[in-house]
Design a protein around this ligand. Structure first.
Ligand code: ASP
Ligand code: MG
Length: 469
C-alpha cells in the first residue's frame, strides 16, 4: 500500500489513560490524510509483571501469583475506566476480563505443575499487548475512528524459537495481505499487538524483549508501507546516552547500518533487529518522542546524502562478560578451538558482541551479555570437556569487570587517524583498553575497557570527536 503509515507506540507511550489518548490522537491526526496501521507495546512494566507472575507460579507461590494477577487487573480496569464510559466501557470490560482470564488460566497451570514451559510463557506474556491494543482501539472508536485490535498471532508467522522467534516473511506477507489489506482499503485502522506471533501451525511465540519495534518493521515490510514511525519517550536517536553525556545531541538523519550498529551496541531506542525487514524495500523510519511530538526526531534512511566525516555516535554497554580461551598445548589447533567455541555459542543462542584473537598463543576472547554467560559457559564446558580435563586447554577465563564502548559512523570509513584519536582520548583519561575490534566495514570500532572507566571513556570520545551540540 503506497501511502500507508505504520506507527509503533512503546510501553511508556501506552503507560496510562492520558498517554493512550495522546498516542490515539497521533494516530487519528495522520489517519485524516492517509491510511494508518498501529503497533503497540504492553503498558509500561506490564511484561515484567507478567513474567514475574509466571516465575512465582513456577515456584509454587500461590499468594504471590494472586497478588500480581490483581495488580494486572486493576491497572487495566482503572485505565479502561479513565478512558471510557457508558456503552464503550461496558463493551470493553468483558473483553479485558476474557484476556486476563487466559493469563490466569496459564499461570494457575504453571502453579500446579511447578513448571514454566517456554511455549506457554510466550502465549501468556503476549497478554500485555493484547490488553493495551484493545484499550487504545476502544478509545479510538469512542472518538469516532474505525479502529480494531488485531492479535499478531494471526498475522506474524515465525519460526519456533520460543522467546526469541524470527519472522517468516513470505507467510507473514500473505496473512497481512489477506487480513489487513481489505480492512485498510475499507478505511479502517488496525491496531496490532507488538511482540508476539505464532508458528505456521499456530503455536504462540514472542520476538524477544523489546520486540515490538521489530513487530512494527515486519508489518511495515509485509504491507509495503511508505514509512514507519516509532514513538518512544526520547527525542530521537542521540549521539550518546544523555545521562552519561549531558552535551549529547539528537541526530537528524542516520543510515540503516548506523542505526543497527547503535542498537546492537547498546543504544536502547531501537530494538536491534528492527531495521533488517525494511532494507530490501528501503522503507524510511522515524524515531519520535510521543511526549514531545513537535520535534521531528531522527530519520533513518538507506543512505544519507551528506558526506560526513568521522563517527556520528558513541554507545556503551555494561553487564557484559569477556570470555577468553587459550590452548595449553601446541597440539591443539587454535582455529579448531575457535570454530568449536563459536559453535558452542550458537548452541547457547548467545549473541557475539565482539571477538578478538592473537596468533602466537592462539589466545582469543569474545564479549557477550552477562545474562547469556551461564548458557555459554555450560556449552563451552561441554564442548571442551576432554581438553579441559586433560589440560590441553587453559581453564576458561571469565572477566565481568568490563564494559563495551562502540563508536559508530559511516563517516569513519577510509579516514586515517580515526582510531588513533579515539585511543588517545581514552588513554588521556587513564582508562585501560583491554580488547579492540573493528569490522572491515569500518563503520564501528568496538573497545572493551575496565568497567570503572566506561563512562569516562564515553565522554572522552564524544568530546574528542565533536559529537555534541
Ligand atoms: N512488551 C514487550 C517487552 O516489554 C515488548 C516491547 O515492549 O517492545 O519486552
Ligand atoms: Mg520497547
Amino acid at each position: 500500500m503506497s501511502n500507508l503509515l505504520v506507527m509503533k507506540f512503546g510501553g511508556t507511550s501506552m503507560g496510562s489513560a492520558e498517554r493512550i489518548r495522546t498516542a490515539a490522537s497521533l494516530c487519528a491526526e495522520q489517519y485524516r490524510v492517509r491510511p494508518v496501521a498501529a503497533v503497540v507495546s504492553a503498558m509500561s512494566k506490564v511484561t515484567d509483571l507478567l513474567l514475574e507472575t509466571l516465575r512465582h507460579a513456577e515456584a509454587g507461590d500461590a499468594a504471590g501469583v494472586e497478588q500480581r494477577l490483581e495488580l494486572l487487573r486493576q491497572r487495566h480496569e482503572t485505565t479502561a475506566g479513565d478512558l471510557l464510559s457508558g456503552e464503550f466501557l461496558a463493551r470493553i470490560l468483558p473483553k479485558l476480563e476474557e484476556i486476563l482470564g487466559e493469563f490466569d488460566r496459564i499461570a494457575r497451570g504453571m502453579l500446579m505443575l511447578g513448571e514454566r514451559p517456554p511455549r506457554s510463557v510466550d502465549e501468556a506474556i503476549a497478554v500485555g499487548e493484547r490488553l493495551s491494543s484493545e484499550l487504545i482501539a476502544a478509545w479510538l472508536r469512542s472518538q469516532g475512528t474505525d479502529a480494531f485490535a488485531v492479535n499478531a498471532r494471526d498475522i506474524i508467522v515465525t519460526d519456533s524459537v520460543f522467546g526469541n522467534a524470527s519472522p517468516l516473511m513470505d507467510q507473514t506477507r500473505e496473512r497481512a495481505n489477506a487480513v489487513l489489506k481489505p480492512a485498510l482499503a475499507a478505511g479502517r485502522m488496525p491496531i496490532m499487538t507488538g511482540f508476539n506471533g505464532a508458528t505456521l501451525d499456530g503455536r504462540a511465540t514472542t520476538l524477544g524483549r523489546g520486540g515490538s519495534d521489530f513487530s512494527a518493521s515486519i508489518l511495515a515490510a509485509a504491507l509495503d508501507a511508505a514509512e514507519l514511525w516509532i514513538w518512544t519517550d526520547v527525542d530521537g536517536i542521540m549521539s550518546a546516552d544523555p545521562r552519561l553525556v549531558p552535551s549529547a545531541k539528537v541526530l537528524t538523519e542516520i543510515t540503516y547500518r548506523e542505526a543497527a550498529e547503535l542498537a546492537y551496541n547498546g543504544a536502547k531506542v531501537l530494538h536491534p533487529r528492527t531495521l533488517a525487514p525494511l532494507m530490501e524495500k528501503c522503507i524510511p523510519v522515524w524515531s519520535k518522542n510521543s511526549f514531545n511530538p513537535a520535534v521531528p526526531g531522527t530519520r533513518i534512511v538507506p543512505e544519507t546524502g551528506d558526506n560526513r566525516s568521522g563517527p556520528c555516535a558513541v554507545t556503551s554497554m555494561s553487564n557484559v562478560a569477556l570470555v577468553s580461551l587459550e590452548p595449553a598445548n601446541a597440539a591443539l589447533n587454535g582455529a579448531k578451538v575457535m570454530a568449536r567455541s563459536i559453535e558452542a555459542m550458537a548452541t547457547a543462542n548467545a549473541e557475539l558482541l565482539a571477538l578478538t584473537s592473537s596468533s602466537y598463543r592462539q589466545n582469543f576472547c569474545f564479549l557477550i551479555r552477562q545474562s547469556e554467560l551461564p548458557a555459554v559457559v555450560e556449552q563451552l564446558e561441554q564442548a571442551f570437556a576432554l581438553e579441559l580435563a586433560h589440560g590441553y586447554l587453559h581453564p576458561i577465563d571469565v572477566d565481568l569487570d568490563v564494559g563495551l564502548l562502540a563508536i559508530v559512523g559511516e563517516g569513519m570509513r577510509g579516514i586515517a587517524g580515526m582510531a588513533g584519536r579515539i585511543f588517545t582520548a581514552i588513554s588521556r583519561e587513564t582508562v585501560n583498553i583491554i580488547a579492540i575490534a573493528q569490522g572491515s566495514s569500518e563503520i564501528t570500532i568496538a573497545i572493551v575497557v575496565r568497567r570503572a572507566g566506561l563512562e569516562k571513556a564515553v565522554r572522552a570520545v564524544h568530546e574528542e570527536c565533536g559529537l555534541g551540540r
